[in-house]
Ligand binder design. Structure first.
Ligand code: ARG
Length: 464
């Protein structure tokens, strides 16, 4: 591009180095901000009209051309990939100039690409965050439906990846619903905090034209009005950072669900089976059925953690106000948004396809002495201090383990030695997995009727 084709060519002589021009160019990724750039430009045209910089007829022409541009490029975006413009703002300016000639050259009055790009990003994030919230809610609904169907299905619960206590599969599913619910509120809170309009901040010092920034912010739907400090406005990327953080934590949650379920699907556990539509085979081993969907979700979590590191490191020590470093905010942001959206969608399909093997789960609950704490509680009910009960049950577990039986099947002499207070109690019935689950009946506990109540409450919340 020659200097006079550039938005800023006036003080330059000679053409730029082609490798540098390619290096400097962001159109390949910021083309994604086209519609937001057009929206911001329409609002700026109206603001210049109110400020008396443009005549009413000029505003109308600009707004109409910007709208037309948006429609045409939505239908056919090829001009975006063929353009030599430096970025999306330059692209729009050129395209407008091709239509309106000199009138288009007035639009950038009192505006900078610095406040422009900050505004575009916030507008973009508003839509993207709403989409992510909707996708998260879809996944939550799938998990709530699963919880409803498996509120009574016993499953080994682990600590230290050792069998700990039986829980219900529904309880396990709702644990993820809680995490995802916090993720939605994090995304929403990030939007509330960034709901201010940077346009009018200009390059860094605020526009010199009598633009009504309150009206401009309202025009663009920013609920909290205009940004209050122009230097902050053009250099602030907290909004992108917070959304990437919300995505990374959401991805951490998805990766934990993925990991749990990859294990549940293993032959070693065998608790769960995923649908064919999200499973894959092996090119060599004909018998294989692999949980690739979940492994990819677990793996893609790493990308989003990388995106968060990128955006944080990008801003570390960056001097006020705008620096070109900030052009690097976009690819990590878009990658985090796209990756998270795709993972939410695939995970939702995985959850809807998943079927627990109730028999395998039940059989697994019979091993590992997961009823030991319940037995200690029974001794406490019979009058023993808990620490003594813990010691007694520990010894009973040792005896049962050495004989290869479960606690309910200890013989008379072991029972007499370790559990004399429970003489005559039908241990098989009070220590059955159902009885144990039912006893964990506190609010938030795994008793089936608590899980059913939580699933119902979530269903209502998600419908509201
Ligand atoms: N493409 C640039 C970015 O994304 C737009 C802002 C450029 N501003 C400037 N003063 N060079 O950051």
């Amino acid at each position: 591009m020659s200097p006079n084709e550039k938005m800023w060519g006036g003080r330059f002589d000679g053409t730029g180095d082609p490798a540098f021009e390619a290096f400097n160019c962001s159109l390949g990724f910021d083309a994604r901000l086209l519609q937001e750039d057009l929206e911001g430009s329409r609002a700026w045209a109206r603001a210049l009209g109110q400020a008396g910089v443009l005549e009413e007829g000029e505003v109308e022409q600009l707004v109409a051309a910007l709208e037309q541009l948006g429609t045409e490029l939505r239908d056919d975006p090829t001009p975006l990939s063929q353009s030599a413009a430096e970025d999306i703002h330059g692209f729009v300016e050129h395209a407008l100039q091709a239509r309106l000639g000199d009138l288009a050259r007035k639009l950038h009055t009192g505006r900078s690409r610095n406040d422009q790009v900050a505004t575009d990003l916030k507008l973009h994030l508003r839509g993207q965050a709403a989409e992510l919230c909707a996708g998260t809610r879809e996944l939550m609904s799938a998990l709530v439906d699963l919880a409803h169907d498996t509120a009574e299905l016993a499953l080994p619960g682990h600590t230290h990846l050792q069998r700990a206590q039986a829980v219900t599969a529904g309880h396990h599913a709702l644990a993820y619903v809680e995490m995802l619910g916090r993720d939605v509120s994090r995304l929403e809170a990030a939007q509330v905090r960034s709901d201010t309009c940077p346009l009018g901040a200009a390059a860094l010092g605020g526009t010199a034209w009598p633009v009504d920034r309150e009206a401009l912010a309202a025009d663009l739907g920013f609920g909290a009005g205009p940004t209050r400090n122009s230097m902050d406005a053009v250099s602030d990327r907290d909004h992108a950072t917070e959304v990437i953080f919300a995505c990374s934590l959401l991805m951490v949650h998805l990766s934990r669900l993925a990991e749990d379920w990859i294990f549940y699907c293993s032959q070693e556990a065998g608790y769960l089976r995923l649908g064919d539509e999200v499973s894959t085979g092996s090119s060599l081993m004909p018998q294989k059925r692999n949980p690739d969907a979940l492994e990819l979700v677990r793996g893609k979590c790493a990308r989003v953690q990388g995106d968060l590191t990128t955006i944080l490191t990008l801003q570390k020590g960056l001097p006020l106000t705008y620096d070109k470093d900030l052009q690097e905010d976009k690819e990590c942001l878009f990658d985090a948004l796209d990756t998270t959206r795709a993972c939410l969608q695939v995970t939702t399909t995985v959850v809807r396809s998943a079927r627990y093997d109730a028999e395998r789960c039940r059989a697994a609950c019979a091993g590992g002495f997961m009823e030991a704490t319940d037995l200690a509680d029974l001794l406490v009910q019979a009058g023993l201090p808990f620490r003594d009960a813990h010691g007694r049950v520990g010894a009973a577990v040792r005896a049962a383990e050495s004989k290869g039986v479960c606690l309910a099947d200890l013989d008379a002499s072991d029972r007499e030695q370790h559990l004399p207070e429970l003489a005559g109690v039908d241990l098989a019935s009070v220590l059955s997995v159902e009885a144990c689950l039912d006893r964990h009946d506190c609010l938030g506990g795994t008793a089936p009727h608590q899980v059913q109540a939580q699933a119902r409450a979530w269903k209502e919340r998600l419908q509201a």
